[in-house]
Ligand binder design. Structure first.
Ligand code: LHQ
Length: 262
């Protein structure tokens, strides 16, 4: 890890912290940062002893979306569909597919795809000074990185359209009130609160968390009937886990469970 790395990775016990690290550019994405983020996420997904992930940004911003200097039409018209297919979409799919909790600590402004990467995470905490900006409309673009999907599901069409068509910044406390994120936190408390949450997840029943994520993701497209079937199948799997045995034993023995994540 060096100061010039576009993404910093820190392991502490089962918690992996991934920090977007181009603070001079408000952590805007260049191609290198895309690939480094994807590699860090993929490694955290694969490592058995990595049990929870925290995504955050270095400096005063979380992420300003695409580095616009790298997709400047004055230097030749770029194929932005190719950019999404190559860089953005695989990472959004990966975040959603990780069978471990992914927490996002939005430490400052989150604009464009930066905002929408945050929304792809499982739990979003944001500093009260942070703002979410669907900046795409200012450039003649459409919300990407899953933004049109997450905004609509989380907020409904009225608010999703207003945010996307006006590009008006949404402050963290309103984002919490509207249900776009989990919690707005005092700026100076954000890092500690996010770390505590991820450390707690890293000691939790990882298999059960993974199945819970999958069930909730499926809920928006399934009927109640199919969802009940899925819950039955997932509960069967969870019931065979070592963590279920430990959870019940700990409850009955009136002690704190020691989950292995297995
Ligand atoms: C930046 C950026 C940036 C480069 C700040 N790029 N330098 C996908 C497919 C392919 C192409 C298109 O995009 C997409 C997805 C997207 O994400 S589209 C949306 C792209 N993002 C934006 O439009 C946001 C652009 N940034 C801003 O509007 C402002 O910087 C915000 C509101 C985020 C923050 O404003 P301030 O706090 O006033 O900071 P600032 O504007 O002064 O920025 C600080 C520096 O960061 C500055 O550089 P400088 O050398 O002058 O200090 C900016 O140029 C640079 N920066 N965002 N996206």
């Amino acid at each position: 890890m060096s100061d010039t790395d576009t993404v910093l990775v820190n392991r502490s016990g089962g918690a992996v912290t991934i920090t977007l690290n181009r603070p001079d550019k408000l952590n805007a994405f260049n191609d290198d940062m895309h690939l480094a983020l994807r590699q860090a996420l993929a490694e955290a997904r694969e490592a058995e002893d990595a049990r929870a992930i925290l995504l955050t940004g270095a400096g005063r911003a979380f992420c300003a979306g695409q580095d616009l200097g790298d997709r400047d039409p004055r230097r030749g018209v770029p194929d932005l569909g190719h950019t999404l297919e190559t860089f953005y979409n695989p990472t959004v799919r990966l975040i959603r597919a990780i069978e471990k909790p992914v927490v996002c600590a939005v430490n400052g402004v989150a604009a464009g795809a930066g905002a929408n990467f945050a929304l792809a995470c499982d739990i979003v905490l944001a500093a009260k000074s942070a703002r979410f900006i669907q900046a795409f409309c200012r450039l003649g673009l459409v919300p990407d990185a899953g933004g049109s999907w997450h905004l609509t599901r989380l907020l409904g069409e009225a608010r999703a359209k207003a945010l996307a068509l006006t590009g008006e910044p949404l402050d963290a406390e309103t984002a919490e009130r509207w249900g776009l994120i989990w919690k707005a936190v005092d700026d100076e408390a954000l890092a500690d609160e996010a770390r505590a949450l991820v450390e707690a997840f890293a000691k939790g029943p990882t298999k059960g968390y993974g199945l819970t994520k999958q069930a909730i993701h499926a809920a928006s497209t399934q009927t109640l009937d199919s969802q009940l079937d899925m819950e039955r199948d997932f509960q069967r799997k969870a019931g065979y886990s070592a963590d279920y045995a430990e959870g019940v034993a700990a409850f009955l023995e009136k002690r704190v469970p020691e989950f292995s994540g297995k």
